[in-house]
Design a protein around this ligand. Structure first.
Ligand SMILES: NC(=O)C1=CN([C@@H]2O[C@H](COP(=O)(O)OP(=O)(O)OC[C@H]3O[C@@H](n4cnc5c(N)ncnc54)[C@H](O)[C@@H]3O)[C@@H](O)[C@H]2O)C=CC1
Ligand SMILES: CC(=O)C(=O)O
Ligand SMILES: [Mg+2]
Length: 372
């Protein structure tokens, strides 16, 4: 198979779909790889590094999209990239379709086989291709939140850990999954007072085993959520219903009643966000203020630490890239229900139930769509 790796074009996105070590593995399996000029330069990989493992360099993204049987990316294709996606081509990347109508329409029209990293499931549960980036974003959310609390960003002027004789900040984390538990790890390390809310008792049990009394676990009722959000100095949004738009758990009224200078970091913004006041921002211009509350809503947070993130992502994606290349998409998807759960759009049909429901589109079972 001919596999293509374009350079990412989203704002301050320096990750790359495949590092040279992954390209080497694919070539060892008998495949060919084309890489766009400077695709890996943001993390220090030159065209020569890719050529040294057997890749061919293409000067323009259009050449990569025109030639490749499978495109391996990081972020969802932007409008400019979507123009070049072809009928029958495999697109393997993050898509986050539920809240993104124009992208969904374009991918349906393209006739491509669109497999989203974020809905591929794992044999023992979880989302193995989302998890590494959720680890990164969860850890970063506390760094970002700490900066938002600084006076120069219009925050309360509060240090997360306080100092002897002065109380630490109260950090409230909504969702105790991968983002939430990684955020908690850093917040606890910085000396903050940490509360995690989740609707899944087993998640709260796991958090309790992991952190003991350094994190308070709370069942996420409307009452509890309101109480803790209003008391918070920093709120982290890390909820997920796989494939679906994030539930708007924090209302405009709750934000209005928060302390002036408090901060929210809505990590779930890539699925539409869990604060009613959230709108996606970029690394260039990451924060804005609503009702005196500082909002950070960057949809590609791991892009800020592309070195760590690219390796973490590639470690997880490589086995699936190899399966798709070795077997072809039909056999790879037929053989592995977990990879099949990643199939969001198949040649004009929406094959992920939550994506279809989020946009009132017809859902077609992936096996039926694939004709197997
Ligand atoms: N902005 C960015 O750059 C990035 C965003 N993300 C996003 O972060 C979000 C969280 O991802 P993960 O932690 O990997 O998901 P996860 O599935 O590990 O955890 C989500 C948690 O939310 C909980 N939850 C669901 N509905 C809830 C509700 N109504 N109230 C309270 N808890 C609820 C679930 O029980 C689960 O424990 C996703 O939207 C993901 O796409 C992930 C990486 C980077
Ligand atoms: C998961 C995601 O949205 C990201 O890594 O950018
Ligand atoms: Mg207020």
């Amino acid at each position: 198979m001919l596999i293509g790796v374009p350079k990412e074009i989203k704002n301050h996105e320096y990750r790359v779909g495949m590092v040279p070590a992954s390209v080497r593995e694919l070539i060892a399996h008998g495949h060919e790889v084309i890489v766009e000029h400077n695709a890996g330069i943001g993390i220090g990989f030159t065209d020569s590094d890719y050529e040294a493992v057997g890749a061919k360099i293409r000067q323009k993204a259009t050449e990569v999209f025109a030639e490749a049987d499978m495109i391996v990316k990081v972020k969802e294709p932007l409008a400019e990239e979507r123009k070049h996606i072809r009928d029958g081509q495999i697109l393997f990347t993050y898509l986050h379709l539920a809240p993104d109508v124009p992208q969904t329409e374009d991918l349906i029209k393209s006739g491509a086989v669109c497999i989203a990293y974020e809905t591929v499931t794992g044999p023992s549960g979880g989302l193995p291709l989302l998890a590494p980036m959720s680890e990164v974003a969860g850890r970063m959310s506390i760094q970002a939140g700490a900066q938002c609390l600084e006076k120069s960003r219009q925050g309360r002027g509060m240090l997360l850990g306080g100092v002897p004789g002065v109380s630490p900040a109260k950090v409230v984390i909504i969702g105790g999954g991968v983002v939430g538990s990684n955020a908690a790890q850093i917040a606890v390390g910085m000396g903050a007072q940490v509360v995690i809310l989740d609707r899944n008792i087993d998640v709260l049990r796991r958090i309790n085993v992991q952190f003991g009394s350094s994190v308070e676990t709370v069942f996420s009722s409307k009452d509890a959520l309101e109480q803790h959000v209003l008391e918070a100095d920093l709120v982290i949004g890390g909820v997920l219903i796989p494939g679906a738009s994030a539930p708007k758990l924090v209302t405009k009224e709750m934000v209005h009643q928060m302390k002036p200078g408090a901060a929210v970091v809505d990590v779930a913004i890539d699925q539409g966000g869990c604060f009613a006041t959230s709108k996606a921002t970029t690394h260039d211009d990451p924060i804005y203020i609503v009702d005196d509350v500082v909002h950070y809503c960057v949809a590609n947070m791991p892009g800020a630490v592309p070195y760590t993130s690219t390796f973490a992502l590639n470690n997880a994606t490589l086995p699936y890239i190899i399966a798709l290349a070795n077997k072809g998409y039909k056999a790879a998807l037929a053989d592995d229900v977990h990879l099949r759960n990643g199939l969001n759009v198949y040649r004009g049909k929406v094959t992920h139930k939550s994506v279809a429901e989020s946009q009132d589109l017809t859902f077609v079972d992936p096996m039926e769509a694939l004709g197997i």
